[in-house]
Design a protein around this ligand. Structure first.
Ligand SMILES: [Zn+2]
Length: 376
């Protein structure tokens, strides 16, 4: 687990559980996307499933690398620089007691309807056949069973309710790990039954180092833009480079500053829409079972986050000019950028309630331009 980058607090907590032998039976690993939650879950599962753990010099419980379970998971090297992809699905067959549940599993369903749907959710049928039923069977290698639900927020309320009984009375030796970038979408009844482990954004230095190694040809300006856009997520940094999303920073960030200088960009809404739509289409092409709707949401999340991150950076700069005893003037200085952050949150809500993407993009563009327009 120590090979997972920059998450020492989460990993220390898990190590403590292992060394004291007080492992919880259910966890929620929560935090931003792309900071090592899933990789840590796999590494933790590896130790839990090992038949012959030992203690290293620092007192941490480690897997033996030699038992049948460790051998089955030999290829499972936590690589902090890899973002999860469909290839980890192979794990479900490689080790009989490690089950990874994600929405893509639906393509292996016995039910043709479930198999053929383009999925934005984890269907409850998948949860039943891949978790609830196997959880009640004895482990095949006699050292427990681990179930990892990736993107657990994609379980709808029916799925989450179906999971409650397993969480309440887990079969002996069963560990459940719910991995989520959006813990708010888990029911309180689920959250209260799990031990929550928080993962934080990585420090900028970690992203800078990654960027120097993986994208050495970037200009200094793009290097800085990538670090800001990635916001502490290596997974996101990888998406940005793989899908050339620095073109977004080239167009959208100056447009924000132009709006603040009374030079609004006329077609900003359609520009935002076109960036989101192009990325989502490419993403769907590269991922066999991805739905356009889910890809649109992923792309839109990135776009709102790019805008909000820039707004926060501008707020931090402006706050330096604020006098502590002049709230009215401070409000005038800060409110345009605060309104930008509000606009991104609104846009997020609109998409969550299925407002058409193109309309949402036009709406946010108008809101941004209005918020930032200088009042003379
Ligand atoms: Zn082992």
């Amino acid at each position: 687990m120590d090979r997972v980058l920059g998450q020492s607090q989460a990993i220390d907590l898990l190590n403590l559980q292992l060394t004291t032998g007080r492992q919880h039976h259910a966890y929620i690993f929560h935090g931003p996307v792309g900071v090592g939650k899933f990789t840590t879950a796999l590494a933790y599962a590896r130790v839990l499933l090992c038949h012959d753990t030992s203690t290293d010099l620092a007192g941490r419980t480690i897997a033996c690398d030699a038992c049948p379970s460790c051998k089955l998971l030999a290829d499972l090297t936590p690589d902090p620089q890899s973002t999860k992809d469909d290839d980890t699905l192979g794990l479900t067959t490689a080790h009989p007691d490690l089950h990874v549940i994600r929405k893509e599993l639906a393509r292996y369903s016995d039910d043709a309807n479930t198999r053929n749907r383009k999925l934005t959710r984890i269907p409850v049928e998948v949860l039943r056949s891949a978790l609830i039923e196997p959880a009640n069977l004895a482990p095949k290698l006699a050292s427990g069973k681990v179930f990892i639900v990736d993107e657990a927020e994609l379980l709808n309320p029916a799925g989450q309710n179906a999971l409650l009984k397993t969480l309440e009375e887990p079969p002996p030796g069963t560990t459940l790990i719910l991995v989520t970038g959006n813990e708010d979408r888990l029911l309180p009844t689920i959250r209260s039954r799990c031990m929550r482990i928080a993962f934080s954004p990585l420090p900028d230095k970690a992203i800078e180092d990654w960027c120097t190694q993986q994208a050495p040809d970037l200009s200094d300006q793009h290097h800085r833009a990538l670090v800001e856009f990635a916001s502490g997520s290596l997974g996101r940094a990888e998406l940005i480079t793989r899908y050339s999303l620095l073109s977004w920073t080239d167009a959208i960030l100056p447009a924000l500053d132009h709006a603040a200088q009374a030079r609004p960009t006329a077609d900003l809404g359609q520009q935002i829409f076109s960036f989101i739509d192009t990325f989502a289409s490419e993403f769907v092409k590269a991922h066999a079972n991805a739905s356009k709707e889910a890809a649109n949401k992923l792309a839109a999340d990135l776009m709102w986050s790019l805008i909000a991150t820039r707004a926060r950076a501008r707020l931090a700069q402006l706050a330096q000019n604020c006098a502590p005893d002049d709230p009215i003037n401070n409000e005038q200085i800060l409110s345009p950028w605060l309104a930008v952050i509000d606009a991104t949150e609104q846009a997020q809500k609109h998409l969550g309630s299925n407002v058409n993407l193109s309309i949402t993009c036009d709406h946010i563009a108008v809101a941004l331009t209005r918020s930032l327009a200088p009042s003379y």
